[in-house]
Design a protein around this ligand. Structure first.
Ligand SMILES: NC(=O)c1ccc[n+]([C@@H]2O[C@H](COP(=O)([O-])OP(=O)(O)OC[C@H]3O[C@@H](n4cnc5c(N)ncnc54)[C@H](O)[C@@H]3O)[C@@H](O)[C@H]2O)c1
Length: 259
């Protein structure tokens, strides 16, 4: 399949990332079928896409979008709780949470969900996981489409951040990688290729980000400086938009809500 052949994109999970991804993809002109677990959750997904802090209405208020573009985009959005509705999508982007003990994501849950989806979604479709850290080959192994199973790590908030890490595995065909690169381009994202390796290491961004976070924590624990001092040095001295400790808070859904 080539990028121009893609008509519909499935988004699994309508939480913080899934809603941002769905919003981006409908604005790029694709049909989106976004599936989450309950009617209540998918209504919240719709509300986030329209009224959320980074939602479509805000785009109109800031002059980035017209009402007509918003209406056209929303007409392409289907929200559902039925997994079968994903059956005919050309690309499926997974952005599910449900980690036990408050984790953002859980590998066993993803493996189970991908095994189920493999039987539901047409075999030509490409699966793309938005995992922040898990090895893509491990998840691909739960399916019979290893050549068409790839990582697509959107940064948060998905509709604002310009870059997507594409995690390619040894089993991916060049066609699969180029398909996802084409999709990123159509969504006005810059993509980079990252080689999948064993060990759930977190690709480029998270690997470096968590290393900085660990160092910041050590500095605090050793009594060298306060969290505020660390933020000050990294923001004023290195021109980071937020310091390593402040960024940790943003990773969770908090950034998704209007305060
Ligand atoms: N939040 C971030 O900064 C960030 C950044 C990049 C990647 N990610 C990854 O994206 C994924 C989702 O993160 P999030 O922040 O959107 O989490 P979230 O908790 O806001 O949303 C996850 C959603 O998945 C739904 N879900 C769980 N099981 C499902 C299933 N079987 N089918 C459909 N929906 C299901 C939940 O009901 C929930 O609405 C995680 O894997 C996470 O690691 C998160």
């Amino acid at each position: 399949m080539k990028p121009e052949d893609v008509e519909s994109v499935g988004v699994l999970g309508g939480g913080f990332m899934g809603s941002g991804i769905a919003q981006t993809v409908i604005l790029a002109g694709y049909k989106v079928i976004c599936r989450d677990l309950t009617d209540e959750i998918i209504e919240k997904t719709r509300d986030t896409i329209i009224n959320g802090r980074f939602g479509l209405k805000g785009g109109i208020e800031r002059g980035k979008l017209t009402q007509e573009q918003m209406d056209k985009a929303l007409a392409k959005l289907t929200l559902t709780t039925k997994v079968e509705d994903l059956g005919n999508c050309d690309v499926l982007i997974e952005a599910i949470g449900n980690g036990s003990g408050g984790e953002l994501e859980n590998k066993d849950t993803k493996l189970k969900v991908f095994a189920e989806l493999d039987t539901v979604v047409k075999k030509e479709a490409v699966f793309a996981s938005n995992t922040s850290r898990f090895t893509i080959a491990d998840m691909a192994a739960a399916t019979k489409r290893k050549d068409k199973f790839i990582g697509m790590h959107w940064l948060s908030p998905a509709n604002l951040m310009k870059v997507v890490e594409i995690i390619w595995t040894a089993d991916n065909s060049e066609e699969t990688i180029q398909l996802i690169e084409g999709l990123c381009k159509k969504c006005s994202k810059i993509s980079v290729r990252v080689k999948d390796v064993p060990g759930d290491t977190g690709f480029i961004g998270n690997r470096i980000f968590y290393a900085a976070g660990r160092e910041a924590q050590k500095i605090v624990e050793q009594g060298i400086a306060t969290p505020e001092d660390i933020e000050t040095v990294m923001v004023l001295g290195f021109q980071w938009p937020v310091g390593p400790l402040g960024m940790r808070q943003g990773i969770r859904a908090d950034w998704g809500q209007k305060k």
